[in-house]
Design a protein. Structure first.
Length: 310
């Protein structure tokens, strides 16, 4: 957790940050206040005040508000949706990352606390008062500088490698664990931007894509992480049907993956697989056991797993 930490400085643009998150296959990174605008981007956090984290869900919230503002301004005029999205992209992608980062989804741990157990780290950072807590733990040194991040993926990987320690819990099914409940869905004909607006309105990070013509069969998934890699000239792609947009973004990530030096140096167990990146969704059955669920999520490097009818 203390090596190759990717950070962004406050004056870097949202567009460049989204591009780097996509190329490095990261879901989030710390934003630091640099000593001056002359400071260049760096992968070291030896200096800089922690300002928050940039992640796709925060970007989603600001992007939707921007789109809604432009649409309100252009109401009654002849400007097309594509033109509106293009206008948003030209402005939004050039803004500084500090305008879209926050600390609401972050828990903090200082070096002095690093002897706490994994169980305590989970309780402190990810579960609070019986409700879902943060998505990541940011680790600081004694000087108050960011030195690492523990993500949900890190916790998931650790638990998946210690299945025997879960005892009987590992044999509980998704149904027994209460994970079989309704989810927010959109039809495959829905435009990507409309699906993202729905996610913003419900404060969720993903939706299931279904085919109404096939009785609501699950055919895909859209989540805020697919906003990574959006560039100034590609914001109009948000006007595509949701499956087309998702496919286009996944293909972009697959190309990045093939040339990522970090992935080439990763072990077979840790490396991302192109097929997993391209997969429209991953699903399990209600009878799947927790041990199977953890293994699927770890091996496919995913955060979202759908439960379908047996």
């Amino acid at each position: 957790y203390f090596q190759d930490l990717v950070v962004f400085y406050h004056h870097e643009t949202i567009g460049s940050a989204l591009d780097k998150l996509a190329r490095r296959h990261l879901r989030a990174a710390p934003v630091l206040l640099s000593a001056g605008l002359e400071d260049d981007e760096s992968s070291s956090s030896d200096f800089g005040t922690f300002m928050g984290v940039i992640d796709p869900h925060n970007v989603l919230k600001h992007l939707v508000r921007e789109v809604q503002d432009v649409q309100a301004k252009e109401e009654g005029k002849s400007q097309s949706l594509w033109a509106q999205l293009d206008e948003v992209g030209k402005d939004f992608s050039t803004r500084h990352v500090i305008t879209v980062c926050d600390q609401k989804d972050v828990s903090e741990i200082f070096r002095a606390d690093l002897d706490l157990s994994i169980a305590e780290a989970i309780r402190r950072g990810y579960v609070a008062g019986g409700k879902h807590g943060s998505h990541r733990l940011v680790i600081f040194n004694y000087s108050g500088h960011v030195v690492g991040i523990i993500s949900q993926s890190d916790i998931l990987t650790f638990i998946a490698r210690h299945i025997p320690d879960l005892g009987e819990l590992a044999h509980k099914t998704a149904l027994q664990l209460g994970w079989c409940h309704s989810v927010t869905t959109v039809d495959k004909s829905t435009l990507a931007i409309d699906a993202f607006v729905l996610m913003y309105e419900q404060d969720i990070s993903g939706v299931a894509v279904v085919d109404a013509e096939q009785g609501g069969k699950l055919v895909g998934s859209l989540d805020s992480s697919l906003l990574r890699g959006l560039k100034e000239l590609s914001f109009a792609d948000l006007g595509l049907p949701v499956l087309d947009f998702a496919k286009m973004q996944r293909e972009k990530y697959a190309e990045y993956l093939k040339s990522d030096p970090v992935q080439k140096q990763s072990s077979e167990d840790e490396a991302l697989n192109v097929d997993d990146v391209l997969a429209p969704f991953t699903a399990i059955e209600a009878s799947s056991r927790l041990s199977e669920v953890l293994d699927v999520m770890r091996s496919h490097h995913i955060h979202r797993l759908y439960v379908v009818d047996d």
